[in-house]
Write a protein that binds this ligand. Structure first.
Ligand code: XIL
Length: 312
C-alpha cells in the first residue's frame, strides 16, 4: 500500500515522527523518509543539547536532523524553546536573578530561532506550561518570571523568524479537565492580547484504551479560537509484552486519534513520538510499559500502522 505520507497529503494533513540524530542511517532512516513528511527532532533542539556550556552553542545534531528532513521533503517542527525540563546544568544551578533569567531566556529563543530561520516551519515555543490540576507548572520560568514568560517567549520567537508558526504544546489537554481548561484560557488570552501564537499542540501520550472520547471536540474548540491544532507526540503505551488483544486495541486508539484530527479542518497533522518500538522513549519513562508505536522493534508494521493507513 501507499506510504502514509502520500495518503496524508491527499487528505491535506502532514504525518510526522520524532526522529533522533542517531537514527539517520539504515532501516530507521529509510522507513522515516518513506512514510513521514514531517520531523520533530526528539531531543536535539532542547536547550541542554544546543547550549551545554554557557555561551557555547552546539547545533551539529539538530542541523543533521534538519538536513535529513530537507533532503527528504519533510517539514521540521522545532522542539522546543522554553520548557522546565532538559535545561543545561549551568542554567538550573546558576545563581541568576529574575532579570538575568529573563534575558537568558530571550537570548536563547532569539539565537535558536535565528539559527534555524527558514528551515523550521513551526516551533513549540512553550512546552508543558501546566500542572495536572491546571495551575501553572512551578518550573524555573514560572517560579522566577511569573506568567509573563509565555508571551515574552512568543514575541521573541516571532521577531527572530516572522514566517515561523508558533505553538503552545502540552499533554493531558486532549479531553475535558482542569489542564485542558487552563490551556484553553491561556490560548484565548494570548490571542486576545495580540501575542503571535498560531497553534496549540496536543501531545497525545496515551495509555492503552484511554483516548478521550472528546478529543475531536476539544481540538475543534481550540480551533474555534482562530488557532491551528495538531497531534504532536502520539504514542499508546501498554504493559509489555503485547498480545493480540492489546495490539488490536492500540490500532483502534491510533485510528481514533487520526480520525479526530481528520475531523477538524484546522488540524494540520499528526506526529508520532517515534515510529518504532525499537527506539521509543516509553519503556524508559514508564517502567513495564512499551510497544507504544506503529512499528515493532524489528521495524515491521503493527496493526496500529495499518489502522492509520486505512483511516487516511
Ligand atoms: C522525551 C524524549 O523522547 C526522551 O528521549 C527524553 O529522554 C525525554 O524527553 N514530552 C515532550 C518531549 O515534549 O520532549 C519528551 O521527549 C516526551 C514528553
Amino acid at each position: 500500500t501507499a506510504p502514509l505520507r502520500d495518503l496524508a497529503a491527499a487528505r491535506g494533513i502532514r504525518i510526522g515522527t520524532a526522529l533522533a540524530a542517531d537514527h539517520l542511517t539504515g532501516t530507521p532512516a529509510a522507513v522515516a523518509a518513506r512514510e513521514f513528511d514531517a520531523v520533530t527532532p526528539e531531543n536535539e533542539m532542547k536547550w541542554e543539547r544546543v547550549e551545554p556550556e554557557r555561551g557555547h552553542y552546539d547545533w551539529a545534531a539538530a542541523d543533521a536532523v534538519v538536513a535529513f528532513a530537507q533532503a527528504h521533503g519533510m517539514q521540521v517542527r522545532g522542539h522546543n524553546l522554553v520548557w522546565h525540563s532538559q535545561l543545561p546544568q549551568w542554567l538550573t544551578t546558576g545563581d541568576f536573578t529574575a532579570g538575568e533569567l529573563r534575558a537568558l531566556m530571550l537570548r536563547h529563543v532569539t539565537d535558536e530561532v535565528t539559527h534555524f530561520r527558514g528551515r523550521v516551519a513551526a516551533w513549540d515555543v512553550v512546552n508543558e506550561p501546566f500542572a495536572d490540576d491546571g495551575t501553572h507548572r512551578a518550573g524555573l520560568w514560572y517560579r522566577q518570571l511569573g506568567v509573563s514568560y509565555i508571551a515574552d517567549a512568543f514575541t521573541a520567537a516571532h521577531a527572530a523568524d516572522p514566517a515561523a508558526k508558533l505553538w503552545l504544546n502540552d499533554y493531558t489537554i486532549e479531553g475535558p479537565g482542569p489542564k485542558s481548561e487552563a490551556m484553553y484560557a491561556l490560548a484565548k488570552a494570548l490571542k486576545q492580547q495580540g501575542v503571535p501564537i498560531d497553534g496549540v499542540g496536543f501531545q497525545a501520550h496515551f495509555a492503552l484504551g484511554r483516548v478521550p472520547a472528546g478529543f475531536r471536540a476539544t481540538m475543534q474548540r481550540f480551533a474555534d479560537l482562530g488557532l491551528d491544532v495538531a497531534v504532536t507526540e502520539l504514542d499508546v503505551r501498554m504493559p509489555t509484552p503485547p498480545d493480540g488483544d492489546s495490539l488490536r486495541q492500540q490500532a483502534a486508539d491510533y485510528d481514533a486519534v487520526l480520525r479526530a484530527c481528520l475531523g477538524v479542518t484546522r488540524c494540520r497533522g499528526l506526529t508520532v513520538w517515534g515510529f518504532s518500538d525499537a527506539t521509543s522513549w516509553v519503556p524508559g519513562a514508564f517502567p513495564g510499559q512499551g510497544a507504544a508505536t506503529p512499528y515493532d522493534a524489528h521495524y515491521r508494521p503493527k496493526p496500529a500502522y495499518r489502522a492509520m493507513a486505512a483511516a487516511l
